[in-house]
Ligand binder design. Structure first.
Ligand SMILES: Nc1ncnc2c1ncn2[C@@H]1O[C@H](COP(=O)(O)OP(=O)(O)OP(=O)(O)O)[C@@H](O)[C@H]1O
Ligand SMILES: [Mg+2]
Length: 912
């Protein structure tokens, strides 16, 4: 019973004269006939039944042993089940089954029934009955040849998503941009990636062919290995090219992988169901068109290999050989041609797409850049006033060099050009025609003054700045202004002074007039009056209201405008001069009306992150960008680096535009991004070696630069540990060392000291101070201490605009507006001490009083440090109070920063 077995059931009804309704037992003659048929070779039951194809076999052996279950068989009806033992068949695993004639026992039973039913003379004509089953034969349908092309096609494309992921991932994580910024060219990057992908494929395919051939898949074993090798190699190269192309279309790694995987699966089915039809039944041209898609070309090649293997296996002979390539139906040669053409073309298409679409690879190029065409800015400096209504006054816009498509739409809701948060403060000189004409009228008189040797723009600025409490023209600003040689630039500055700065400029002009010079015909009513901004602040802080008149920002914009005019004139393309600073030195970084609007996503409004920023930063200067979170500092830096494409405006680095000469600009910059962009699988030394090589360092110079870089950020001890195992501070230090590799002209450090311990921070400061000696350093930080220690100039950003600008001391002096005064007396003299303080500054603001120690803010309009000292000396001499201790200091930068933010409507609670 445990043996595997089977049974055959048959029934037969015969019309018998004696058949009745009552059941009869199985006739004994039937049983004996069956037994006789099986046991006796000469007991012929039905003629021909036991005839054997093998004369050597006895008839007895031709009948399998069986168990007859006659069930309710009678002379009028037969229903019988035959149980047979096929255990010997089952035991022959792997071999062909022996001949077993299961129909013989059934035939015996049938014949016996007929005789029993119809009498001895009855016979059944079993014409056409054959031995069943036939002798086993080998199944020659090779699985690999039939379904092989589909599975092999899927398998051989498996590296596409892998390649695409690594390529797009590097773009998405900005690693690509990081390498690019350090000098890696797109072509070199593609070449390196290409070689890597082909090597990976060769290993993958080599293992596949070895295993497939080893287990005897006909598609490998029957076809010529050299033909296969050429086909597989062509495909491997096309796969790499195709991966580059595919990755150029996307900036999101996950969606790129998903798309490529779905495409592979779908094209597999389509090829198997549709392409095969066209290949086999035509028209052939449709098949060829479909094969232009690399997946289909691959399928066709595999299909041909499979067909040749199948036929060779069935009919004998070789599979596909070199000679078979000439066979009329063999599409392999066409496939090779298509693949080779696509292989050569796709990387260039990919490079082009990346260049003009900018899918995470920085600033886009002109669509016809390969013809030498560039984006350009229309002639005439932006905002320059060379006489009302002249050509130069036209509001310039960047345009496509061909086709006239405007590439710089005006930003929605853009405010005035030169003042922070000053929507109410007048027209935009650069964009508003009325603003320009007003400016021109006042400018012409100023120009007249200039022509007659009256105060230079620098003097006028100095004059203006000098009129502000505690303010002075910073050395950098003075240098920038005095260096203007271009008459257009001077005109621009003069126009800005007269028309935009407002009170200060008007005072300067009025005083010029008083000194015997022709009075300036400034139309007071018509001239835009950028009065001091009255920004809304909480009532409780009314005493802290800041007077932001935007003059410093306007002056900087004027200087940038002048430098821009200079750059667009004969000075264009001039690299910054080497130290020491020569008069007329171009700024290392020039931002000209730079703006960035992030498009609104998910129904949100577009976000203006940087709004119309003009700034000139010179070599040997450290410029600090301060501002609350979300102010636009990182966005600004990213545009300077060429990471992000500006929505409007221009950045000139070392005399080169980021719009058209980004490849050159990359070579001049070093960047430490806000979030570390490191490879966790590389050590610090490897990082620096890699970036050093990109900066064209080699040999001894590279080794010493790497050692110096590691030492400067105190990473020598862990130089050979993987960056992935570093702490946050160590990663930060490595990022700074990378930024400084290769002696770049400009260095961008976005919050470099975040997460550093105090000792490392001091070390970092020394590194930055050293870098400042011959580079332009742009630094963002939230540490006021750091800003004061490192920066020559600071710009405080709020809401994408510069609120104020100057050197740290200048800013605290200008915007602090008070002195911090602390006095300690015995507790019972607190009231007397407060009275003394009020005698110095009647509106002194008490900050705290604790056990005899009191702190006040003394308004600078009411007193000065000298006056405080004099009063305290007097008190000491007269012995009015028992002064235990006292001190006076200027407001700190931090206090200024907080007040600026609060004045700009940002919640103080976020900063205190
Ligand atoms: N990719 C982006 N898409 C949309 N909006 C963005 C994007 N990146 C930045 N922003 C927005 O732009 C504004 C400026 O962001 P940015 O990162 O430049 O600020 P930040 O001054 O560097 O701030 P932090 O001090 O926090 O680093 C923010 O409001 C931010 O939400
Ligand atoms: Mg930032």
């Amino acid at each position: 019973a445990s043996l595997p077995g089977t049974w055959y059931d048959t029934h037969m009804m015969a019309r018998h004269p004696h058949s009745g309704s009552c059941r009869q037992d199985t006739p004994a003659d039937m049983i004996s006939a069956v037994y006789c048929g099986w046991a006796a070779a000469d007991c012929v039951v039905v003629d021909g039944v036991r005839r054997s194809a093998d004369p050597g076999r006895t008839s007895k052996r031709e009948f399998a042993s069986g168990l007859y279950d006659w069930r309710d068989t009678s002379r009028s009806a037969m229903r019988v089940a035959v149980w047979v033992n096929n255990s010997d068949v089952a035991s022959r695993a792997g071999g062909p089954p022996d001949v077993q004639r299961w129909n013989q026992p059934l035939n015996l039973a049938s014949s016996a029934f007929l005789r029993a039913a119809r009498g001895p003379g009855a016979s059944a004509s079993l014409t056409g009955v054959k031995d069943m089953p036939r002798g086993s034969s080998r199944l020659s349908l090779d699985f690999s040849s039939l379904l092989g092309p589909l599975f092999m096609m899927w398998f051989m494309q498996m590296l596409l998503p892998v390649n695409v992921y690594s390529l797009v991932h590097e773009k998405e994580e900005n690693l690509r941009m990081m390498m690019k910024m350090q000098g890696l060219r797109d072509g070199v990057y593609f070449a390196v990636q290409y070689i890597w992908m082909v090597l990976l494929y060769c290993i993958f395919m080599g293992v596949f062919v070895l295993v497939g051939g080893g287990i005897g898949l006909k598609i490998f074993t029957m076809n010529s290995y050299s033909v296969q090798a050429v086909f597989y190699l062509i495909w491997g190269n096309l796969l790499a090219s195709w991966s580059l192309y595919f990755s150029s279309l996307s900036r999101n790694a996950r969606s790129a992988v998903l798309t490529s995987t779905v495409m592979i699966i779908v094209t597999g089915f389509v090829a198997n169901l549709v392409l095969v039809q066209y290949v086999e039944h035509g028209p052939a041209v449709v098949a060829r068109i479909l094969q232009l898609l690399p997946s289909f070309a691959l399928f066709r090649g595999l299909y041909e290999l499979a067909q040749y293997a199948f036929l060779a296996d069935r009919n004998g002979g070789p599979g596909m050989t070199w000679a078979s390539l000439r066979d009329p139906d063999n599409g392999m040669l066409t496939v090779w041609i298509i693949m080779l053409v696509e292989w050569a073309v796709l990387p260039w298409v990919a490079l082009y797409i990346e260049a003009v679409r900018g899918t995470g690879t920085g600033v886009r190029k002109h669509p016809f850049f390969f013809l030498g065409l560039k984006y350009r800015t229309e002639a005439g400096p932006r905002g320059a006033a060379g006489g009302g209504g002249t050509e130069a006054n036209k509001s310039p816009r960047k345009v496509w060099a061909w086709g006239g498509r405007t590439a710089s739409p005006h930003l929605p809701g853009k405010g005035p050009a030169f003042r922070p948060g000053a929507a109410e403060a007048g027209a935009d000189l650069s964009r508003s025609q009325s603003g320009i004409s007003t400016a021109s009228s006042s400018f012409s008189s100023t120009t007249g003054a200039l022509d007659r040797g009256a105060p230079s723009p620098g003097d006028a600025l100095a004059h203006y700045y000098g009129s502000e409490p505690g303010a002075a023209l910073s050395p950098q600003l003075a240098r920038g202004v005095s260096s203007l040689s271009n008459p257009e630039a001077l005109q621009t500055l003069a126009a800005v002074l007269a028309g935009r700065i407002g009170d200060g400029a008007r005072r300067a002009v009025a005083e010029d007039a008083g000194a015997g010079k022709p009075p300036a015909p400034v139309a007071e009513a018509a001239a835009p009056r950028p009065a001091a901004l009255e920004l809304p602040i909480p009532a409780a802080e009314a005493g802290e209201q800041l007077r932001l008149d935007g003059a410093d920002v306007a002056a900087e914009a004027a200087r940038a405008e002048a430098a821009w005019a200079d750059w667009r004139g004969e000075g264009r393309g001039r690299a910054p001069s080497p130290p020491p600073a020569a008069a007329g030195e171009a700024p290392a970084i020039l931002l000209h009306h730079l703006s960035k609007v992030y498009p609104g996503a998910h129904g949100c409004d577009p976000k203006t992150a940087v709004d119309n920023l003009s700034l000139a930063i010179y070599r040997r200067e450290c410029f600090g960008l301060l501002g609350p979170n979300g102010a636009g500092k990182t966005t600004t830096i990213r545009m300077m680096e060429g990471f992000l494409e500006p929505s409007d405006g221009e950045v000139i680095v070392g005399g080169h535009s980021i719009r058209n000469e980004m490849d050159t600009v990359y070579g001049l910059t070093g960047a430490c991004p806000q979030h570390d962009l490191l490879w966790s699988g590389l050590t610090a030394r490897e990082h620096l070696m890699f970036y050093g090589r990109l900066k064209n360092l080699g040999g001894e110079a590279l080794t010493s630069a790497v050692a110096e870089g590691l030492a400067s950020v105190n990473l020598t001890a862990v130089a050979d540990d993987l960056a992935g195992s570093y702490s946050g501070g160590m990663k930060r230090r490595l990022s700074v060392a990378i930024a400084l590799m290769g002696d770049p002209l400009v260095v961008y450090l976005d919050e470099p000291s975040t997460g550093l311990d105090p000792a490392s921070r001091r070390l970092l400061w020394n590194v930055i101070k050293k870098a400042r000696r011959d580079k332009a350093v742009v630094l963002t930080t939230h540490s006021m201490e750091e800003a004061e220690a490192l920066c020559d100039r600071l710009g405080i950003f709020v809401g994408g605009r510069l609120s104020c600008l100057g050197d740290p001391k200048d800013l605290t002096a200008r915007f602090g507006g008070y002195l911090s005064f602390t006095i300690t007396t015995p507790p019972h003299q607190e009231a007397a001490a407060a009275a003394v303080v009020r005698s110095i500054s009647p509106s002194a603001r008490p900050v705290y009083a604790l056990g005899g120690t009191q702190k006040f803010e003394l308004q600078l309009q009411e007193t000065s440090v000298d006056a405080v000292f004099a009063t305290m000396e007097e008190i000491k001499l007269k012995g009015v109070l028992d002064v235990i201790d006292w001190g006076v200091s200027n407001a700190t930068l931090e206090e200024v920063f907080i007040k600026l933010c609060s004045s700009s409507g940002i919640k103080l609670s976020a900063f205190t």
